[in-house]
Design a binder for this molecule. Structure first.
Ligand SMILES: NC(=O)c1ccc[n+]([C@@H]2O[C@H](COP(=O)([O-])OP(=O)(O)OC[C@H]3O[C@@H](n4cnc5c(N)ncnc54)[C@H](O)[C@@H]3O)[C@@H](O)[C@H]2O)c1
Length: 337
């Protein structure tokens, strides 16, 4: 299969993770250029990726067939639609957009131009979460009653100016980042019947909440709790997801062994899955961290076969719709910042 020709749009914090993911996939994709209006960002990533640096992505669209869109949230719609209209398939960093109307425009642009639009919710593609879901779906531990998740984040040394404003971020930490939990919950438990949230601003200088708790009732009767803070003094376990089933609790933990913000793609990780019923059972011990290779591989497979990505525009829209509905209720009750 011919290698895909890729342009990376946005050369900030997440971009080196995409470069590292692509390098694991060998000849599946070649990074032709990286684009950023900040020339220094573009040049630094270009060196790492062995690609050309450009400052305006629009000048490079005719040289590629796939665009990875890795930019601030308020810019997702315009840039994504530009890429789709130019005939490129798009892997877009989460969340899809700051409003559902913009998400609809992007989904329509993908359909009209017959191009793949996939939103990067990487966790469900990782080996650990595949195994976690299989363990629950197998029925071995009985019926799933509750999914309980905590993401413990510290944003010092990471928070860019656009993340501090609601107009550009789209909300607070729940909107920006809890999709990593909500996507997994919707994947495992299906459609949401009702969603609520409460939020507070602990110590991060931003307009939206830096800490939130979101509770979900699923149509299948089970419930979900997604807790998230960006105000952690020190990240211990970064991502915990516990599936409380009738016969056992199955817990996935993903722990950085260094400082993920400053070490970025060089940070090492430990991931474990343990089932605790009558006995303790270790289902997985690995060094998997924020590994984007599996999600990128899924994207290429969908582009090559015409298959719909698991996290296509419609799936990502569902995640954002849950958050926006929970925000609406919280605003009415004065329960967010
Ligand atoms: N999957 C994850 O775990 C994860 C983690 C962090 C960020 N993200 C997502 O990645 C995206 C980017 O976040 P980040 O942390 O890298 O932000 P960042 O602020 O570090 O980087 C954004 C970059 O985009 C550049 N940019 C702005 N306008 C541009 C344009 N028109 N064309 C090209 N580049 C442009 C900026 O100059 C900057 O270099 C967001 O959608 C964010 O939510 C995902």
């Amino acid at each position: 299969m011919a290698a895909h020709r890729i342009g990376l749009i946005g050369c900030g914090w997440i971009a080196p993770f995409h470069v590292a993911g692509l390098s694991q996939l060998g000849r599946r994709g070649e990074i032709v250029w990286v684009a950023d209006p900040d020339e220094e960002h573009a040049r630094t990533l270009a060196r790492e990726a062995g690609a050309r640096a450009i400052t305006d992505y629009r000048t490079g669209l005719s040289d590629i067939d796939c665009a990875f869109v890795l930019i601030p949230h308020h810019l997702h719609p315009q840039v994504t639609v530009d890429c789709l209209k130019a005939g490129c398939h798009v892997l877009l960093e989460k969340p899809i957009a700051n409003s559902l109307a913009e998400a609809d425009t992007m989904i329509a642009a993908a359909e009209q131009n017959r191009r793949t639009l996939m939103v990067a919710y990487p966790h469900r593609y990782k080996r650990s979460f595949r195994l976690f879901k299989q363990a629950i779906d197998s029925g071995r531990y009985g019926r799933l009653i509750m999914l309980d998740s905590l993401m413990d984040d510290m944003v010092e040394g990471y928070l860019a100016e656009w993340m501090t404003r609601k107009a550009t971020l789209g909300g607070g930490c729940l909107f920006s980042a809890s999709g990593h939990q909500l996507d997994i919950m919707l994947w495992i438990s299906g459609d949401v019947h009702a969603a609520y949230m409460v939020g507070t601003r602990g110590r991060v200088p931003m307009e939206g909440e830096d800490s939130a708790a979101c509770i979900l009732k699923f149509k299948n009767g089970s419930i979900g709790v997604a807790r998230h803070t960006w105000a952690s003094p020190r990240v211990r376990i970064w991502y915990t997801m516990e599936a409380m089933c009738e016969k056992a609790h199955v817990t996935l933990t993903c722990t950085p062994l260094g400082d993920q913000n400053t070490e970025g793609v060089r940070c090492r990780w430990q991931t474990r899955i343990v089932a605790q019923g009558k006995q303790d059972e270790v289902l997985l011990e690995s060094d998997e961290g924020l590994d984007l290779a599996p999600e990128i591989e899924h994207f290429f497979e969908c582009v090559d076969t015409g298959r719909t990505p698991e996290t296509d525009g419609r799936m990502a829209r569902k995640v954002s719709a849950v958050v926006l509905e929970a925000y609406r209720r919280a605003a009415a009750d004065g329960a967010n910042v």
